[in-house]
Design a protein around this ligand. Sequence first.
Ligand SMILES: [Mg+2]
Length: 252
Amino acid sequence: MKTYLIDLDGTMYSGNENIPGAIDFINYLQKNNIPYIFLTNNATRTKLQNKQHMEKLGFKNIKEEDFFTSSMAAAKYIAKNYSKRNAFVVGQDGLKEALIEEGFKIVDENVDFVFVGLNTQGDYQLYSRALFHLVNGAKLIGTNKDRKLPSGSTFKIGNGAVVAMLEYASQQEAFIAGKPYDPILNEVLSFKKLSKEDVVLLGDNLETDIDLGYRHGIETIMVTTGVHTVADCNALGVYPTQIVKSLFELIK
Ligand SMILES: [Mg+2]
């Protein structure tokens, strides 16, 4: 039985509203003991905040260990591959929690890494301080490169745009952990002791969720409740294994 790696925004919910079929689908997985992990680029929420957000939307029996975020992937990858642990954070609670769990110290001097996750309170002072550390030798780490975030009928600045700003200013290319980049996949598989054949990637975004699976020969399911449509597959040259209009179609 495969483990579902399930995207959140655009797949389970859209902002503060759950997507029709999502709660039924999770209930179905739970009832049939089908394993799943929520795999999200959202770096802002802690595991508890993620659980509380979903429960507020009506999901039941959600556990903190059900979540694997781009913050966790970034922290785990850097902890495994480098010995230094001084981190400056442009980000919120979710990123701070992930770094502390991996033994990082959150500092504003002698900085080894500048970790950038979305910070909706981020301002010129904070970004300039990050730049100060980068030009003094710190390495730039982005949790994800999401360009923009859907917000009602329009968009807000995504973390990728902030990472790009710091890349431009520091003339340093960032390391990126989140979908469609490989670290989040490798880290979740290693953490949950799974291999590529054991998982199905389920999500709404061809450029992140589906592209990650497509490039790795992993089974993918696209649900057209979020950012992309069937027509986008040809436009982007990314092809999911299966496309569904609603998660109700996956309930057998
Ligand atoms: Mg999504």
